[in-house]
Ligand binder design. Structure first.
Ligand code: FAD
Length: 387
């Protein structure tokens, strides 16, 4: 019997385990995670970006806590006085737009973000060209640059939380949840692929893009599904300045990664798992768009590529966190992170810990992100950029 069974031990599951353990509850938790290498999990396949550039105050504040934790991660995650190795690369985030409507959106974002103390600069085309000389700024009307945003090694973040949680006494079971035990009002345990059953006082489903199928299994409907995102790592012959995590009009994104660059699209895809990488699409569509924005990308060479999956919230793109309101109320979820879960991982760990231990939020109020809005069909729309 575990007081709290956490399904999925990637960034969300391990951050929740860490925060619960730091609050003195390590012995009450079991994390069920089938793959200690996290080969297919979204977190290590992500771009690793941590940005305070959001429209909703909750998202800004979640990322602010995320940045705080990740900037001090090596120390916070030390085990037996040995800090891990972890870098926060402060290369910034940059959104470029074209057209009056999108320019008005980023101007509004700039006002909201500046009002909340986020360092971000609104640039016109000339300002952008001066800051990033390698860019072709044709077709760009305005840009928002947050120089203090950045990115991290997402695999190291997962392993850091996991290692620390385990060192504090949290048990990880290498297995997969394949079913639930429940009575009329409560979930009473989970059934594992090995045939083992684990009784539970509370179950927390943070199985990422696999989470919605687990919700379905127990009868909870979430407007979330897996959606493929392809990423390409390439190098060029030329040395260029370091690029922030840059989003170009049309949804193409790229950033510096080690000796090269990673790139992908923010674009809609059909729901469902699809691990195929379409090299053709890169050649015909992504590469020309990249070379248009950075002419020296004309000579790039793709070295690696991979697919990962968003747990995309089709209702409003935003986080759903908390108990299954109107259902089995000791069944908790944190899902729908779309393209921004890594930066929210620390804040979700803290928020879920508060909900589980105190029944309410104590630091950042995420009530607007509860399942109630799904029942009420009232989307909580992010203004400005979504990833
Ligand atoms: C290409 C790409 C780029 C991204 N870029 C960014 C970015 O720049 N910044 C950002 O903040 N976010 C980004 N994201 C989003 C971010 O990666 C996710 O929101 C985040 O990783 C979600 O974490 P998670 O722990 O919920 O899910 P995951 O990391 O997917 O982990 C889910 C875990 O659940 C486990 N699991 C699955 N089924 C079961 C089961 N039945 N029983 C037990 N365990 C199970 C899996 O093994 C896995 O370890 C990106 C995502 C992708 C795909």
């Amino acid at each position: 019997m575990a007081d709290i069974v956490i399904i999925g031990g990637s960034i969300m599951g391990s951050s929740i385990a860490y925060h619960l353990a730091m609050a003195g509850h390590a012995g009450d938790i079991v994390v069920i995670e089938p793959d200690p290498t996290y080969e297919w999990a979204a977190a290590p396949r992500s771009s690793g970006g941590v940005r305070l550039m959001h429209g909703l105050p909750e998202n800004i504040e979640m990322s602010r806590y995320g940045r705080e934790v990740y900037k001090d991660f090596a120390n916070l995650m030390d085990v037996d006085g040995e800090p891990g190795r972890f870098d926060f690369k402060e290369f910034g985030y940059l959104f470029m737009v074209s057209g009056a409507a999108d320019t008005a959106v980023i101007e509004e974002n700039w006002r909201v973000q500046t009002g909340l103390g986020v360092k971000n600069d609104l640039l016109d085309r000339d300002g952008l060209a001066q800051r990033f000389p390698s860019f072709n700024v044709d077709g760009v009307d305005a840009a928002l640059h947050a120089p203090e945003d950045g990115f991290i090694d997402p695999h190291a973040a997962v392993i850091g939380f996991r290692r620390k949680a385990r060192s504090l006494g949290v048990e990880y079971i290498q297995d997969r949840v394949v079913g639930f035990d429940a009575d009329a009002t409560k979930v009473t345990g989970v059934v594992l692929e090995s045939g083992r059953r684990v009784d539970a006082g509370v179950v927390v489903n943070v199985a990422g893009a696999w989470g919605p199928a687990l919700c379905e299994m127990i009868g909870m409907k979430v407007p979330v599904e897996p959606m493929r995102r392809m990423t390409f790592y390439f190098e060029t012959r030329d040395e260029l300045e370091e690029f922030p995590l840059t989003k170009s009009p049309g949804g193409v994104s790229f950033r510096t990664e080690g000796a090269g660059y990673t790139a992908g699209w923010t674009r809609d895809e059909p729901g469902g798992f699809n691990w195929e990488v379409e090299q053709d699409l890169f050649d015909k569509s992504l590469w020309p768009a990249l070379a248009h924005r950075v002419p020296k990308f004309e000579s790039l060479k793709v070295m690696r590529s991979w697919a990962g999956h968003y747990a995309v919230n089709r209702m409003d793109g935003n986080t759903i966190i908390g108990p299954w309101v109107g259902g089995l109320e000791n069944f908790y979820v944190a899902t729908g992170f779309t393209g921004a879960g890594l930066q929210k991982g620390p804040a979700i760990g803290r928020a879920m810990t508060e909900l589980l231990l105190h029944g309410e939020y104590q630091t950042l109020d995420l009530s607007r992100m509860s399942y109630q809005r799904v029942i009420d069909e009232e989307p909580l729309i992010e203004t400005g950029f979504t990833a």
